[in-house]
Design a protein. Structure first.
Length: 302
C-alpha cells in the first residue's frame, strides 16, 4: 500500500528528528560537556540568531505567497512557514515544497514548487556571496597548500561557468521546466527586499557559527567563520543528500581543521552548529506543524 506524499514526507521528517535526538542523548561525557555550551550566553545568542534566520526567511515566504494571491497575517504566515521545516531532512530539502500543499486551503502544486524553487535559488545566491571570505582565505594558503588553491580556483571558475551557461540558456530551461520559469518570476518580485532578507538571514547563522567557535575556545574571525559555514552549506546542498547530511559536516570540519583547530574541536563545533542551524529548525517545525494541525486546524495532514 502506497503512502500519500504528505504522509511519506511526515515520516521522513519525524524519523530524522528522532535520529538527531538519539545522537544527542547517546553522546559520551566529553561531548555532553561541550553540549553544555548551548546553554551559555554565547550559545543562547547563537540560537537566537538561528531563530532570526528562520523568521526572516519566513517573511520572504510570505512575500511570495502574497505574489500568488495568498497574503497571510504575520503570525500565521510565519507559523505555517516554520511547520515546513519538519520536512527539511529530505534530498535537496525538497520536502519543504509541501508548505503550500499542507494548508487547509492548499496552494496549487505548481505554485508551491515555484516558491520552493525561488527559495532555493535565493538561498544559493546569498550563500555564494557569503562564501567569499572563505574563498579568499583559501586563496592565501601557503605554497605547500597550492593544490588547495588550485582546486578552489577551479571550483569557483566551474561554478561561474555553470551559472553563465544556465543564464544564457534560461529560456530553453523555462520551456522544459515551467516551475523554474515561475520561480524566476517570484525572484523578480521586489528583488532587493528578498535579497536583503536572505543575506541577513544567512549571515545571522554565520555569526552563530562564530559564537560557537569562540565559546569552545577556537579563535577565528567572524567573517571567516561565516565564509566557512556558507561553503559547508553550499557543499552540502550540491551533495543532494537530505539536508546536506554528511557533506556539510565533513566540509565544515575540514575547513576548521585547515584553519588550525584540532580534529576533536572541529567536530565539536560542527556538531553544535548543526544542532542549532538544522535540528533546532526541525524541532521547531514539528511543534509548529502539530500545533497548526491539531489546534489552529489550518494545516491538513490527510
Amino acid at each position: 500500500m502506497k503512502l500519500p506524499l504528505k504522509s511519506l514526507l511526515l515520516v521522513i521528517g519525524g524519523a530524522a528528528t528522532i535520529y538527531a535526538l538519539v545522537l544527542l542523548l547517546s553522546g559520551d561525557s566529553t561531548r555532553s560537556t561541550r553540549l553544555g555550551a548551548l546553554w551559555s550566553p554565547a550559545g543562547s545568542l547563537a540560537a537566537a540568531l538561528c531563530v532570526l534566520n528562520y523568521l526572516l526567511r519566513g517573511q520572504r515566504w510570505r512575500l511570495w505567497m502574497a505574489h500568488y494571491g495568498r497574503p497571510l497575517p504575520p503570525a500565521q504566515g510565519l507559523r505555517l512557514y516554520l511547520a515546513g521545516y519538519t520536512f527539511t531532512p529530505t534530498p535537496g530539502n525538497v520536502g519543504e515544497a509541501a508548505r503550500g500543499l499542507l494548508m487547509r486551503q492548499p496552494l496549487g502544486a505548481a505554485d508551491s514548487l515555484a516558491i520552493f524553487g525561488a527559495e532555493r535559488l535565493a538561498d544559493l545566491l546569498a550563500l555564494l556571496l557569503l562564501t567569499l571570505p572563505g574563498l579568499w582565505w583559501l586563496a592565501q594558503l601557503p605554497v605547500e597548500a597550492a593544490w588547495r588553491l588550485q582546486f578552489t580556483l577551479a571550483a569557483a571558475a566551474a561554478g561561474l561557468l555553470v551559472l553563465g551557461l544556465l543564464y544564457s540558456f534560461r529560456w530553453a530551461l523555462f520551456r522544459r521546466l515551467p516551475w523554474l520559469h515561475a520561480a524566476w518570476r517570484c525572484l523578480a518580485t521586489r528583488p532587493w527586499r528578498w535579497l536583503s532578507l536572505t543575506l541577513v538571514a544567512w549571515a545571522a547563522q554565520g555569526l552563530a557559527t562564530w559564537l560557537i567557535c569562540r565559546e569552545l575556545g577556537l579563535s577565528i574571525d567572524p567573517l571567516l567563520a561565516t565564509g566557512f559555514y556558507a561553503l559547508a552549506m553550499v557543499g552540502g546542498a550540491l551533495s543532494m543528500l537530505p539536508a546536506g547530511l554528511g557533506g556539510t559536516e565533513a566540509m565544515l570540519t575540514g575547513l576548521l581543521v585547515l584553519q588550525g583547530a584540532s580534529l576533536a574541536l572541529a567536530l565539536a563545533v560542527t556538531v553544535l552548529v548543526r544542532l542549532l542551524t538544522l535540528w533546532l529548525a526541525v524541532a521547531i517545525g514539528v511543534l509548529a506543524l502539530l500545533y497548526s494541525a491539531a489546534i489552529r486546524k489550518d494545516i491538513s495532514l490527510h
